[in-house]
Design a protein around this ligand. Structure first.
Ligand SMILES: Cc1cc2nc3c(=O)[nH]c(=O)nc-3n(C[C@H](O)[C@H](O)[C@H](O)COP(=O)(O)OP(=O)(O)OC[C@H]3O[C@@H](n4cnc5c(N)ncnc54)[C@H](O)[C@@H]3O)c2cc1C
Length: 443
């Protein structure tokens, strides 16, 4: 951005990158491209501070060679968690609605757990929201209650029972009959006497997680300065991005992590196979004179989901309004009433006690939905210089289309994206995630 004047040297050298064979994890050779230029800082702009943006920032600092000067500017018009990530339901597990392990579910789950631990550690030292020291903030990042998935039709039961056989040892799926389910969550209603319980599945407090992850990024920057190695810098700029060309000449790499609003950039508009879908979540609370949700009662996944925040607070989601362009987190009273009318009857089918809970608020967000492939709905990644056309002095990378599973995908894909950027080598990203470009560039 010309007007920002952030850089002491306004005449950056274009990095000459060699092609490096794919590697499963960062290795000295995979970051050779930039480490050979230690005089010249690697300057990255990360557009968007949601799950995608913050994950890639953390991995860039983590994987960057010690001696390399790395400077990252994050741009977000709202701030950390300003988009779908900040309002997300926070449900995290590696399975489809039919309890089938998703594409690369094991990697995704492992990397999400790792990033979650980083965020938890970063938040233990200090409360990210108040700045006060606290003894243990772990509970704020993740509610570790597990998730219960009741079977909702007979065909489902057979299919689901089959899928369960391939579940991950680190995120088990147990089949429960009505009696066992009642002992876990009294009052739960199982139409087919069967539910699938994922004891390790989580419910994340998305806003808090993102704040903590940002702190984790800051910690990496601080650590590297005490090691006396190459300089690392991180800045968060609260401002809108209007066009990609504003970044030309100022950065070596621009990482586009704008969620559903990516299509609003003129250089990209109409060139990505993404559809938008707005979702609304309602918050309900239980009056004081009623018995609260059981202390370790699981969250519920069904036609509507119930994400438990505490004994007297739950979030219920979510609506699906395809083609919406409304990305605001604010929900009008009409939109909130419609969401309550849609969601509560579905939630009541599985947990009838929800009728006693009282509406206290609603929030909304816009999902960036990628096309459905034989492997499922896979995010869109890759270098997009070809897609946006023209010769550019910097590389533009897309990390988008996280759909409704951003929490599961963001950590592993942030890791891969950082490897690709540091090595200037798109081939470290699995072809399944970059193959969308083959059809787009032909358009
Ligand atoms: C109602 C709802 C419930 C969901 N529940 C879950 C769930 O339980 N589990 C799960 O895994 N996923 C869930 N998701 C999906 C998940 O939220 C997304 O997959 C994820 O947030 C996408 O992350 P992102 O970083 O790509 O985009 P975003 O989180 O949208 O981040 C994009 C960022 O870019 C910023 N931005 C956008 N345009 C501009 C611009 N022009 N200039 C500057 N900044 C800009 C925004 O402010 C935002 O901070 C849910 C989504 C919705 C809508």
């Amino acid at each position: 951005m010309k007007s920002l004047n952030l850089w002491p040297n306004p005449n950056p050298r274009i990095l000459q990158c060699r092609s490096i064979p794919p590697s499963p994890s960062p290795s000295p050779s995979s970051v050779q491209c930039h480490s050979s230029l230690t005089q010249h800082p690697l300057r990255c702009a990360v557009l968007g501070a949601g799950f995608a943006g913050l994950s890639v920032v953390w991995h860039l600092f983590k994987q960057c060679p010690k001696e390399l000067n790395l400077s990252i500017d994050i741009y977000d018009e709202v701030g950390i968690g300003g988009g779908a990530s900040g309002i997300s339901g926070g449900l995290l597990h590696p399975y489809s609605p039919k309890v089938k392990l998703l594409w690369e579910g094991a990697q995704c789950w492992k990397e999400s757990m790792k990033l979650l631990r980083i965020a938890e550690e970063a938040s233990v030292s200090k409360d990210c929201r108040t700045g006060e020291s606290v003894e243990d903030m772990r509970a704020f990042v993740a509610h570790k209650r597990g998730i219960l998935r009741p079977a909702t039709d007979m065909k489902n039961v057979i299919k689901l029972n089959d899928n369960v056989k391939t579940c991950l040892p680190s995120c088990r799926v147990e089949t429960l009959n009505n009696e066992k389910a009642q002992s876990l969550l009294p009052g739960v209603c199982l139409p087919f006497n069967t539910a699938f319980y994922m004891p390790e599945a989580l419910n994340i407090d998305s806003q808090h997680y993102l704040q903590a992850l940002y702190r984790g990024c800051e910690n990496l920057v601080k650590e590297s300065s005490t090691l006396g190695s190459g300089q690392k810098q991180l800045s968060l700029h609260k401002r809108s991005v209007h066009k990609l060309s504003d970044f030309e000449g100022e950065y070596d790499a621009v990482l586009i992590c704008l969620g559903a609003k990516v299509n609003m950039l003129p250089e990209i508009s109409g060139r990505l196979p993404l559809r938008t879908c707005r979702g609304v979540i309602v918050n309900l609370e239980l009056p004081d004179d009623m018995i609260g949700y059981p202390e370790n009662g699981p969250s519920i996944l069904s036609d509507a989901w119930i994400a438990v925040q505490g004994p007297r607070s739950v979030n219920v989601g979510s609506t699906w309004e395809w083609k919406s362009m409304n990305s605001s987190s604010n929900v009008s009273s009409d939109e909130a009433s419609n969401a309550v009318l849609q969601l509560l009857p579905k939630a009541c089918t599985i947990y009838p006690g929800i009728k006693d809970w009282v509406f206290t608020g609603a929030r909304g967000g816009l999902r960036a939905m990628p096309p459905l492939t034989a492997l499922g709905s896979l995010p869109l990644l890759g270098c997009i210089n070809d897609v946006i056309g023209r010769n550019h002095s910097c590389k533009y990378w897309l990390f988008g289309g996280l759909g409704s599973r951003g929490l599961l995908y963001h950590a592993w894909l942030g890791n891969l994206m950082a490897q690709a950027v540091l090595s200037c080598n798109e081939k470290v990203i699995p072809a399944e995630l970059t193959s969308w470009k083959a059809t787009q560039t032909k358009m």
